[in-house]
Design a protein around this ligand. Sequence first.
Ligand code: NDP
Ligand code: OXD
Length: 317
Amino acid sequence: MTTAATPRLPVTAIIAPGWDQPRWQRALVAAAPGLEVRLWPDLGDVSEIEAVLLWKQPAGALAGMSRLGLAQSLGAGVEHLLNDPAIGDHVALGRAVDPAMTGEMVRFVVHAVLAISVDAAGYRAQQAAGLWEERSVPGGALRVGMLGLGELGAAAAQALAGLGFTVTGWSRSARQVAGVTCLSGADGLNQLIAGTDCLVNLLPLTDETRGLIDARLLARLPRGAHLVNVARGGHVVEADLLAALDDGRLASATLDVTAVEPLPQSHPFWSHPKIVLTPHVAAASTPETMAPILAESLRRHAAGRPPLDPVERTRGY
Ligand code: NDP
Ligand code: OXD
């Protein structure tokens, strides 16, 4: 009796400048023994490379990869795949979905929303002023609106609902998430915005969602609402956000992402009293948890199948 031969795994390159590429390589080889993994910028003969694992690859990094069949993001976002002209339509695209990353995002969002619900910033200011005084805080009455009910948004929405918040979510297609009122479409967005005290953004950045959080949308939120943006800086029109904070329409903005990263030193966000800023750290990609998932996608590719979490070019995510 003959057994079917295991398909040869694709020659794979990691292009993630600034990341610990050797650590990714070690984790991948542990998950897929025998896998040939090359590291940017020492890619050897690039015409041999069949799969690339990418995070913010430099322009032109994929030039000459004539055998490329799979481009896999090392993060959940995929703008760097869709915007690279070297990745032709015949190349399969994959994005990162990792329960460990989802857990990190859930904890980050829960922390941000809880801090708002107990007015942690107000009490910190009172401590600095030596003031022992009870504040009026929203607590569990804070209504949360979640933009995006995908891998991350749905998990964060569900966790917040589990903590007793009233949570409404918005997605492109109709979704069901336990404990969450799920809406879609333009009417759904209007309804969500009108009843949201804390707007959390977990949408992908696409042609449809770029600049969504602008003066018009912010003006429809109840006065004194809060924004938590953990998706992409490009979702927010920054000048409109500053105007809404300055005229009191918006009470605070918790921003993990900005249009330009790292945020330029001269940017007004740095010193704005109503802005809480973190440097794009809400949910990191971790080699050891992600490698088995990436290895499975490489095995699938070798067998002529799509990666585990394929990107749909037409919807842009
Ligand atoms: P998913 O693709 O799983 O989910 C995206 C969600 O957004 C889906 O519910 C989708 O709707 C919805 N959506 C997309 N387009 C529209 C639209 N035009 N109108 C309404 N809803 C829309 O993405 P993830 O949850 O995995 O990740 C979301 C984003 O989070 C990433 O793209 C990335 O930018 C960001 N991110 C940030 C990190 C950080 O550290 N700050 C870390 C990881 C991710 P539907 O359900 O119908 O498809
Ligand atoms: C991601 C991110 O998309 O880290 O994974 O932003």
